[in-house]
Ligand binder design. Structure first.
Ligand SMILES: [Fe+2]
Length: 263
């Protein structure tokens, strides 16, 4: 498996608190069957310690070097979790080698938990004209997407992709997030599942539990979300077709309407 979203580099954000924790996170990932993990520290938000972007490749290199002595069977790649800021387009164009996943065209984009900025559709369109492909991080945790999953559907229709957190299916962010994560799967609006691991306690690494937890969906489908699509991304290849995405507003039950209205 390939874990496309993690906070394993110590002391650069709210992820691994020290080197020991980072190594243990890697060991757990390795035992879990993860063969590649992308280190994606937060940038451009208050959870980030990184003021100078050049620090990312430096810290990454240092970490990779230090980890070598443990001879772990896991490859570590460099990426970033880009918080949306008004000049993100300019920043991506200037620092694409640092801000994209493994220097590919793909990049992770994160929104605030409470809302979605206006103009995101235009941003997605423009950034794609520049040759970048956005992957929306954990939409199930965003209140606006929870209230209106059709908005995510619109973003995906114009070419963005979506990455749901593995922990959302366990309920680590609460019952509502879990319900939305399952809904997004049902609507076929999920392309990747990644750990977004931050530590060893409440946001821990691991993806293999999904095969048991999501046994209602086919094994081949889970393979797609944790192996095949992540592999296309790190290799900078087109993402394979996951089938027709369903418009969440096309057939809405009274129960779902009520749930969304409550938010
Ligand atoms: Fe993250």
């Amino acid at each position: 498996m390939i874990d496309l979203h993690s906070h394993i580099i110590p002391e650069v954000d709210d992820g691994a608190s020290d080197f020991e924790e980072a190594v243990n996170m890697l060991k757990i990932s390795e035992q879990d069957g993860i063969r590649t993990i992308v280190a994606t520290p937060h940038v451009f938000c208050d959870r980030s310690e990184i003021k100078d972007l050049e620090k990312i490749p430096e810290e990454f290199k240092k970490f990779k070097e230090k980890v070598k002595e443990f001879e772990l069977n896991i490859e570590i790649l460099q990426g970033a979790e880009n918080y949306f800021v008004s000049d993100l387009r300019e920043r991506l164009n200037s620092f694409s080698n640092i801000l994209t996943i493994n220097k590919s065209d793909y990049f992770l984009i994160e929104f605030p938990f409470e809302f979605i900025f206006p103009g995101i559709k235009e941003f997605i369109f423009n950034i794609m004209t520049d040759g970048f492909i956005p992957i929306i991080c954990h939409p199930e945790r965003n209140r606006e997407f929870q209230r209106n999953p059709a908005l995510l559907y619109e973003f995906l229709k114009i070419g963005a992709f979506s990455q749901v957190n593995a922990g959302s299916f366990k309920g680590i962010y609460g019952a509502e997030v879990r319900l939305v994560a399952y809904d997004l799967l049902k609507f076929n609006l999920v392309h990747i599942i990644a750990s977004d691991c931050h530590n060893l306690e409440d946001k821990e690494p691991g993806l293999s539990f999904l095969y048991e937890k999501l046994r209602v969906i086919q094994k081949e489908k889970i393979d797609m979300l944790v192996r095949i699509i992540p592999d296309s991304i790190i290799s900078n290849k087109p993402i394979p077709d996951i089938g027709t995405m369903k418009d969440p507003n096309a057939k809405i039950s009274f129960f779902d309407l009520f749930r969304r209205k409550l938010k």
